[in-house]
Design a protein around this ligand. Structure first.
Ligand code: PLP
Length: 485
């Protein structure tokens, strides 16, 4: 039997925890400062994997032991996206101030559901800054989300409810007399299909419009699809313009889409998960001209702002419709004019009630670095991509498989035919990853398979690109000579 002494989760000895926490910070700094010396990635050995099969620990262990285990079995096997030669898929590379922000937010413990708190002010201010960046008015509403997928889902929910013309929240989608249609290029991110499926509209509600040679949505084809769907009795609701596709960094002609949406009376949503912050880089701001005319935009701070995962954001120019889509209060959560719960209730603008204080890590990094610095990092990434594209074009053994639209390079080592190219380049990619030399990913553009480097990494230096291309050529030679042996 326990005696009746109360317990808490606080340490028995704060001084001991203080010393250990200091050690964790010291080692975290060493970990970051030496990131270049480590392999980008390494596979987890079976014996380490086996340690994750232990059952629920009922009894305590000293935190020092837990920390040691974390270092050995977890931190030694990271994704590697903080490494200067990680360019796979589309990650951010995090930042230390952001990490401190996450720590401080967790210590403070505030829930961003709503309420009269400093944290709520920080979130509103971060949203206001994102509005400035995207060219949205301060009157727009918004919310921070876990990422771009949820940010887009929040926007699509508002668009669905507004387009239906009746109370979808009450009646559900079954009452839709004319099925809704959302248009996007065939390069659109898969999260849009997922969102429309979740919203009960079905994947066929997403109409994928063909793209041009630069993977941009073809405006004529868009116009034709809308006319055709109207004739079929469907209801065009929204055009999704992508400001930076995940595959090749293509930026749709946002101005033409805005004109078309004005003319057709459609909602214009921009998926700016990649390029929504491009206006921070003055020399590239033109690329996203028209973004400011969208009715909503999704932005992903954990991508080009390098916020530690997770942080997404959505901004919506119809705050009333946004509120009407998500507002919900149980009897246990009634608002007050005064006291802790007073003020804008943030959960009225999204799916989640409880949310972490993810705004702090963004807020601190903006204040510390200045927004202009983020713009320069964006330009630097684009320069890296152009530099690499040049080097690829100059080398007879290498070829681009897609135009370099922004910060993404799709290229490959040449081979006898398409099948051989896919086999060779996949093997090059896997060997580079397995040896911890670099993490590129791969993709297929216009039927051509190739390696893909997305430069979204503030630690990358030009020599990383030189080293990487040398490694690609060396590994390719090795594979080819093995085949010929
Ligand atoms: C990454 C990405 C998304 C999805 O965002 P998550 O943060 O991964 O949920 C959506 N659209 C585009 C264009 C993206 O690049």
């Amino acid at each position: 039997m326990r005696d009746n002494k109360e317990e808490s989760l606080d340490p028995d000895e704060w001084e001991f925890s203080r010393a250990l926490a200091h050690k964790m910070v010291d080692e975290a700094i060493d970990h970051l400062a030496r990131v270049r010396e480590r392999p980008v990635w390494q596979a987890m050995p079976e014996e380490v994997r086996a340690t994750f099969q232990d059952e629920l620990p009922l009894n305590p262990s000293p935190l020092e032991t837990v920390y040691k285990e974390y270092k050995e079995t977890v931190r030694s096997y990271p994704m590697g996206n903080i490494h200067p030669r990680f360019w796979g898929w589309y990650m951010g590379s995090s930042n230390f101030t952001g990490a401190l922000g996450d720590f401080l937010a967790a210590v403070e413990g505030t829930n961003l559901g709503g309420g009269n708190t400093g944290a709520a002010q920080v979130e509103q201010q971060v949203l206001d800054w994102l509005k400035e960046i995207a060219g949205f008015p301060k009157s727009a509403s918004g919310t921070l989300t876990s990422g771009g997928s949820v940010a887009n889902l929040v926007a699509h929910t508002v668009i669905r409810n507004l387009s239906a013309g009746y109370d979808v929240r009450k009646e559900g989608v079954a009452e839709l007399s004319r099925p809704l249609r959302f248009y996007a290029s065939d390069q659109v991110h898969s999260c849009h299909q997922k969102a429309l499926e979740i919203l009960g509209l079905g994947s066929k509600a997403l109409v994928e419009v063909p793209t041009d040679a630069h993977q941009r949505l073809q405006i004529d084809a868009l116009q034709a699809a809308i006319v055709e769907d109207r004739a079929k009795g469907l209801q065009p609701a929204c055009v999704i313009g992508t400001a930076g596709t995940t595959n090749t960094g293509a930026i749709d002609d946002l101005t033409s889409i805005a004109d078309l949406c004005d003319h057709e009376g459609l909602w214009f949503h921009v998926d700016g998960c990649i390029g929504g912050v491009l206006r921070l880089a003055p020399e590239y701001a033109d690329l996203v001209a028209g973004i400011e005319r969208a009715s909503s935009v999704a932005i992903d701070p954990h991508k080009w702002l390098h916020t530690p995962f997770e942080a997404g954001a959505v901004l919506i120019k119809e705050p009333k419709a946004h509120f009407a889509t998500f507002e919900m209060h149980g009897p246990y959560l009634q608002l007050q004019e005064r006291g802790m719960i007073a003020g804008k209730f943030l959960a009225d603008y999204g799916l989640e009630l409880s949310r972490g204080f993810r705004a702090l890590k963004i807020w601190m990094a903006f204040k510390e670095q200045g927004a202009a610095k983020f713009g320069r990092i964006i330009s630097q990434d684009i320069s890296h991509a152009r530099y690499m594209a040049n080097r690829v074009e100059q080398h007879v053994q290498l070829e681009l498989v897609a135009p370099v639209n922004l910060n993404i390079v799709c290229f490959r080592h040449v081979a006898a035919d398409e099948g051989a190219a896919k086999t060779l380049n996949t093997e090059i990619m896997l060997r580079l990853q397995e040896r911890g030399l670099a993490v590129p990913s791969d993709t297929t553009v216009n039927g051509k398979h190739g390696l893909r480097c997305a430069f979204n990494n503030h630690r990358t230096k030009r020599e990383d690109i030189d080293d990487f291309l040398n490694d690609v050529l060396r590994v390719a030679d090795e594979i080819i000579s093995e085949e010929n042996a």
